[in-house]
Design a protein around this ligand. Structure first.
Ligand code: ZN
Length: 61
């Protein structure tokens, strides 16, 4: 899996793997940006790279 850049600061994200497939693809885990101190969740192999502001709007509902 390629390491994606942070959508906010374009910085490097550190990958934390919770679950991995037989093909060594990340199924679930998170991508953490140390600059923004925000973790982007990975679910079903798809990173959720919504900026923190959008995530907070979702949580507020
Ligand atoms: Zn960032």
């Amino acid at each position: 899996m390629q390491i994606l850049a942070c959508p906010v600061c374009k910085g490097e994200l550190s990958l934390t793997i919770e679950e991995e497939s037989e093909k060594e693809e990340v199924v679930s885990g998170s991508l953490y940006c140390s600059k923004c101190q925000h973790a982007y969740p990975i679910a079903n192999g798809i990173p959720n790279l919504l900026p923190p502001d959008m995530n907070q709007e979702t949580q507020g509902q």
